[in-house]
Design a binder for this molecule. Structure first.
Ligand SMILES: C[S@@+](CC[C@H](N)C(=O)[O-])C[C@H]1O[C@@H](n2cnc3c(N)ncnc32)[C@H](O)[C@@H]1O
Length: 298
């Protein structure tokens, strides 16, 4: 149960940040032996988020925070990272109802994917995320795009359709079987000639590309353990102003919880930290589905 939150009502939250040696900041993370606590000052309260690898360590952090701030703290019942609710279902429903819906072709691809791949269909980007990808490609005026993780081609279709007629999408995946489902949908959408499908480990495909800025848009949605390597290969190949989009950056909330230490979680934390510190990029992380990061090359 390694996450817990608390709200301390106060008209002077900045005094607590001062006590935590973070004077002048409205947010700070304190590292203790057993874990961390983030302090966030708002106008009328101090929000605390404690995290530790297990329940005993979390109690240690909570006690240390109360001592450091010299105040009683009423902590929430601890939860694990995968119990964090990213977006309230009512909000999710409302935003779907107020976004342009997927068209017939995308809906048919979603149905075909479910029938053909069963549980694996959960890997497909959602209709709202697909719409976001199309919107971003159109807004950025991208002409050359690259995608890592095609599956049955839903996100590829959303990206390719938003490119101009002479645009190109290099689409990377290891699976001939899954991507074979995509091809007829790209054809029916009239974008098959824009999609250059490269079957093989995406890292090999990326490394074989010229190491110079050529892409206006990149989308990463494949094996999570390789995200740091994909990011390292793609950023130098983005033109200035080019946009990198990464999916699943929350890992279902597990990135927040130090108890989760599988390779995917470690890799995702690593890439999330690397991007926010990368002075080649400006980035914003969005609570869309399982978390989407937008990183624009300076
Ligand atoms: C989450 S799915 C992609 C979903 C897709 N973006 C969509 O909208 O339907 C991940 C894909 O990554 C592919 N993949 C996994 N490891 C890979 C690798 N090393 N290189 C290339 N593709 C890989 C899988 O075959 C799978 O199709």
């Amino acid at each position: 149960m390694p996450l817990s939150t608390a709200r301390v009502a106060t008209s002077s939250p900045e005094l607590y940040l001062k006590q935590a040696d973070a004077a002048g900041h409205d947010r700070a993370t304190i590292a203790f032996d057993q874990g961390t606590c983030t302090l966030i000052a708002t106008t009328d309260e101090l929000l605390l988020i404690a995290a530790a690898a297990d329940a005993a360590a979390l109690t240690g952090v909570q006690d240390a925070v109360a001592r450091k701030l010299a105040t009683g703290v009423d902590w929430s019942t601890p939860i694990t990272g995968d119990e964090v609710q990213i977006v309230d279902p009512a909000i999710e429903d409302y935003l779907l109802a107020h976004s342009t819906p997927a068209d017939d072709l995308l809906r048919e691809l979603a149905v075909t994917t479910r029938e053909a791949t069963g549980r694996a269909a959960g890997m497909q980007v959602s209709a709202d995320e697909g719409a976001l990808l199309s919107m971003l490609v159109r807004l950025s005026g991208a002409r050359r795009a690259i995608e890592v993780g095609v599956f049955t081609g839903y996100s590829s279709l959303c990206i390719a359709r938003a490119l101009p007629a002479d645009g190109q999408l290099i689409a990377c995946d290891v699976s001939s079987e899954w991507t074979a489902i995509a091809r007829p949908f790209w054809e029916r959408a009239g974008v098959a000639d824009r999609v250059d499908l490269r079957i093989g480990p995406a890292l090999d495909t990326l490394r074989a590309l010229p190491a110079e800025p050529a892409f206006d848009f990149a989308f990463i949605d494949a094996d999570k353990g390789n995200y740091p390597a994909y990011y390292e290969e793609i950023v130098p190949r983005l033109v200035p102003g080019g946009l990198l989009v990464l999916d699943n950056v929350f890992q279902g909330g597990r990135v927040l919880d130090p108890a989760f230490q599988e390779a995917n979680h470690v890799a995702m934390r690593h890439v999330n930290e690397a991007i926010v510190r990368d002075d080649r990029l400006d980035c914003v992380m969005l609570p869309v589905r399982d978390g989407v990061t937008l990183a624009r090359k300076r």
